[in-house]
Design a protein. Structure first.
Length: 94
């Protein structure tokens, strides 16, 4: 084997991995940002500049999940999506 050929393959592999990891980080960052904002208090969520180190507050989720209307609506949505997917699979698979 040629050493320059092995080095060229290794450089291409590293470059490919760097590009893919960069794309994954850029694609997943908005999801991370939304999740971290949901764990902040009201004033802390809209502070400029944003604080990257903060104490998480799960009170927002406790309030949301203790609301009967939200839980009922979430259940209806999950039921609707599940039945739609099963119907489409039953029609499309055979």
């Amino acid at each position: 084997m040629n050493i320059s050929n092995d080095t060229s393959k290794r450089v291409k592999t590293v470059a490919r991995h760097v590009i893919l990891i960069s794309y994954a980080v850029i694609s997943l960052f908005p999801i991370y940002w939304i999740f971290t904002i949901s764990l902040r208090t009201g004033n802390n969520a809209i502070s400029i500049p944003p604080e990257f180190i903060f104490v998480p507050d799960f009170g927002n989720y406790v309030t949301l999940l203790s609301d009967d209307t939200f839980v009922e609506t979430l259940f209806n949505s999950v039921l609707s999506v599940t039945s739609s997917v099963l119907l489409v699979l039953a029609i499309g698979v055979p």
